[in-house]
Design a binder for this molecule. Sequence first.
Ligand code: UDP
Length: 234
Amino acid sequence: MYKRVLIKISGEQLSGKFESGIDPELVGWLAREIKEISESGTQVVLMVGGGNFVRGAQVVGHGVKRVTGDHMGMLGTVINALALTDIFEAQGVRTRCLSNIFADQVAEKFVHRLANKHLEKGRVVIAAGGTGRPYLTTDTAAVVIALELDCEVVLKATKFDGVYDKDPADNPDAKKFETLTMQQAIENRDIKVMDKAALGLAMEHKVKVVVFDLTKKGNIKNASAGKPAGTLIS
Ligand code: UDP
């Protein structure tokens, strides 16, 4: 069992059965799954994406600059984090929302020592605002925060139960990798499951990444226990 893990959930996943926004039933279920691992002693950091609201690069135009788009994207992650915080608490999970983008009215500041203190007290830390800087993604933020908080592994949730040699959505013959080296994951252009910048940082600092299907019952528990789940990239 890992002592401390970071789980990265994209905005698209949080929207569940909907086209955009947040699926509260799915988030409630997720809270119960995470409650189990948190109560068994694994400290959990959740990095939330914001693609269910805005992706910076996609809103550029008509005068909207990339930096503004990225600010909008980061604020989208705050919207997700706020919803998650309330839904998790309603499920009895002790949670704190810490933001890397200034949002004093709605979240605590992401301060390294404060995050550590919450984790040591068994609270789930929900990290909002990515890195707080434009031109980056929440995948990169996941690796940075995992390094900053000494998480032993980044559990990257996806729609599929791991990394495939081709997009499994379009290729029924796609083959799943049980394990991959970081080098392979970076060099293979068909592998788009995680940002290359994030993987590069993970390789440099030897952070393990597990790509897995979050929605499969017991998968979060297995992945946090170091048991086979999805694809291990190390
Ligand atoms: N973003 C950013 N800096 C960060 C993290 C995120 O500028 O450190 C912006 C960026 O515009 C990104 C958006 O926030 O497109 C939402 O994040 P992301 O695309 O990673 O969300 P996901 O795809 O995981 O839902």
